[in-house]
Design a protein around this ligand. Sequence first.
Ligand code: PSV
Ligand code: MN
Ligand code: MN
Length: 406
Amino acid sequence: MTDRAYSLFEEQQGARGINLNEVKAKLKGLSIETPSWGYGDSGTRFKVFQKEGVPRNPFEKFEDAAQVHKLTGLAPSVAIHIPWDKVEDYGKLKSHAESLGLAIGAINPNLFQEDDYMLGSVTNADAAIRRKATDHLLECVDIAKETGSRDISLWFADGTNYPGQGNIRKRKAWMQESLGEMYKALAPNMRMLIEYKCFEPAFYHTDLADWGMAYNLAQKLGPQAEVLVDTGHHLQGANIEHIVAYLIDEKRLGGFHFNSRKYADDDLIVGTVNPYELFLIFYQILSAASDRDEAIQSCVNNIAYMIDQSHNIEAKIPAMLRSVLNVQTQFAKALLVNHEEVEAAANRGDVLAAEHAVRSAFEFDVAPLLRSYREEQGLSVDPMGDYLASSYGKDIAVRGKGGASW
Ligand code: PSV
Ligand code: MN
Ligand code: MN
């Protein structure tokens, strides 16, 4: 059914040179990976509230994730965290995921929750601890081979709290050595996505503090190492879309961890605090997508869009629905940018017209477009409403409290 709002929208966009059939084809190409840890009890360093119905094991996490995908068509894979999602038989977890219409996505090693890692994991001054950390990375490569995962996302809590606590240059070399060993173990189709974060839990220096350090390391390791941009991991005022454009141009943007932040690594629902930033990130990606350079196109086509959030006070499945829907909304808006119009204005030095051409796309209401798209795809037209009206949330209450947490 084509509603009046959609007909008007189509007419309006046509007049701006935007073809909605092309927009819909691109909407179909959007996949957002959700994190297993976002379905469990997780949150701040103050209190992790235990919610009723939280999955008790990795298998149940996939069952909850399947709800998100079934209703939105947006989230066909789930990232896992080792050892939080450690299972005896990864083949069994893979089959379970597939039976639910899902795939196992990125593997996330965990090098930050053992006493041994208090002074660093791959950067620890103790060679035995570095060995242990590297072995865990190698274990994760093996797991990725079993699960058929392409990506291993690497985030290190490594850093120091005080001047003199560690030798920064030695730590840099140790990290490169460990990751170099891991790199050699990768299958040809696999990628290491290197995440950076400006601070926390270490507050004096963090070994991989910004995109430049992650990029430099990726360059040294080789073409299968790329940078992962977590939107919560920057200093206030950082221009993330600039970093994104730069990394695409260097063909080293491997993926995103989407979330929202107000102050630091808040891990809040993406698109809730600064949706314009998310829109501008997609604007940069889409403007690179039409580049004639095939290597740039290939980089853009292989960006892994992933959510990295912890849901402490909110209901987990609705939170994940909200997240992927927010990403889709900003992506849809970015698809309405008329790039020729922006470029023409920029080229004639018309600053205001260029800015207007970008912002005006953001200001459209894409609800009629998304409704029509979902209807055509046979998806729920109101995923959140349909989930809340379903019995799933009540049925899982039998799991009780005290489910999986980090
Ligand atoms: C810690 O900052 C963190 O939020 C990183 O963003 C990781 O990607 C995530 O935890 C999962 O390990
Ligand atoms: Mn992250
Ligand atoms: Mn983080």
